[in-house]
Structure formats: C-alpha cells, structure tokens
Design a protein around this ligand. Sequence first.
Ligand code: SIN
Length: 325
Amino acid sequence: MTRRPPAVRILATGGTIAGAAPSPCDTSGYRAGALPVDELLAALPALDDIRLDARQLASLDSKDALPGFWQMLAGELARAQADPDVDGVVLTHGTDTLEETAWFLHLTLALAKPLVVTGAMRPATAASADGPMNLLQAVQVAACPQAARHGVLAVLNGRIHRARHLRKAHTHRVDAFDSPEAGPAGFIQDGYVGWLSPAHRPAPRFAPETPLAPVDILFDYPGISTAMVDAVLRGGARGLVWAGYGNGSISDRIEPLLREAGRQGLAVVLATRTGAGRVGRPGTDGFIQAAGLDPYKARIALMLALAAGIPPSDLQSLFDTLSYE
Ligand code: SIN
C-alpha cells in the first residue's frame, strides 16, 4: 500500500505575514492582513511531499483580536483536528498578539494532530520578507507527526517555541520571538525538524466556549496613580493581574487598595513586569502569585479559570501547575 503524503490545512487570519506596503523598502508602513491566503501560498515553492489546503478565516491586524476571536479559532481548529483528511494544521496570525492566541489554544484544545502558529515581522511585499520561509517551515513542522506531542507550537525564524513559553521580545527584528527561561522547544532547518526538549502535551484545562471573565492588567511604576485601581474596579473586572516590580512587589500606596479590592471579591494575581522569572513572594496572603506565567498569560489563565468557576482556594495551585507542567 502506498502511503499518501501528509495533508496540512492552513487557516489564515491576517497579520503582517499577509501585509502589503506601497514599496518593497517599507517594513513598517504597511497594512496588515491585506493579502488573501492564496497569495501567501503562491510565494511558497512547490511541495511534492505535503498536500496543502488553505482557508481564510479573517484578515485582521492582531492588535484588534478580541477574546471572541480566540474562541472562534478554537472552534475552527477543533473541527480541523477532527477532519480525517487533515494531518496537521497551520494558523497564520499577526505577531502582536500571537502569544496570547497560542496560549488560549494551549489551554483549551485537545490536540491529536500538530497545531503550529506562525506569522512574520516584515510584510509580504517587503524585500527579504520573512513570511514565506516562516510559512514553509510551519507547514513542514505541522506535517511532522511528532509535533503533536509537544502541544501548541509556534514556528518563527527557524525556531519552534511552545505556546507556554512564547513571547514577542522585539519591535521589528525578524528574530523577534523567544522563550524566556525554557528556550525554544526545537528548530527547523532545510526541512529537518530537531527537538531540543522532550515531548510534553498537557491536557486542555478549560472549555473554549464559556464566556470569559473580564480581567485587566496594571503595571506598577514610580508614581502610579491610585486612580488606576479604581478604574479597574469601576470597569467591572472580576480579576486583576498586577505586573509588579521584580518578584511581584506592589507600591506601598497601592497595596491597601488591592487588599481591599480582594476583600470585595476581585481576584488579584501578582506577576512581574521584568519579562521573565517566577513570582513567589512571602507574605502575600490574599493574593494569587502568577508563579512562572507572565502578565499576559496569567490574565488569560485567570479569565478562563474565573469563567469556569474555579474556587479562589484552588487558583494558586492552578497557576503553579500551569507554570511548570
Ligand atoms: C499584527 O499583529 O497583525 C500586525 C503585526 C505583525 O503581524 O507583526
């Protein structure tokens, strides 16, 4: 029996990978999500060993992605995963909120097949655009059955990152993404997929379709106005991620306000504004510590956890587990 080549479905949502500028010299004056997925495919070399089918789901600049967009994607991706004609899926996405979408999918999707998110830092019309190679390599990773055992992945600039660790760390470099503390899960070079860490695919923890709880993020800074906390409370948030100094420290003027907000039922998670490292401060009873999750990932975890009705007493162990599972 001859084995059929793997089939990869590409689901396109816009971003700079589909961006168009008036001149090939422009790497920042462009419109994200301007080109349809068929034009992105036209920039790829012919692939004899992988079958592609592509669908346009959206044409967004990902700065405008809302939580409902993550939920729509989770539904589409679950359907693609269940399709017997699909062996792996690539999601093209703007890089600005790629890490949030990938993390939401990590927390909500049961993966039986590879799921790889990719994007680009230069528009498709730029000289030396990075999108075609990122898309090609994402397709190659998605066609690799072992990739499903690593959970939701992102392929960017030749590196394979796990959604759990992924972070956009630069405004314009092609090499804009990293995985602080953990390092990349692997790499891809000329179609060769190398894994740098053992396979690890945690089970999904939350149903994607439950309406998400509103959660805000505030960053501490010298002289922060106490009005910021009032604004969060007045805005109807059920949770707040406090991106504090260093190990999650809170300015003295703010701490009593956060404690009072906690007594009134606001779930307050202490994270760090440093960009990496575990938050584990002694003497923070009444607050939840983000452990190893950065503020953006802590926010999404809290939105899902509060929506799922996880009791306050269980939130700390959830954050500890999500950080290091
Ligand atoms: C976007 O996030 O949609 C625009 C920026 C990018 O993709 O790099």
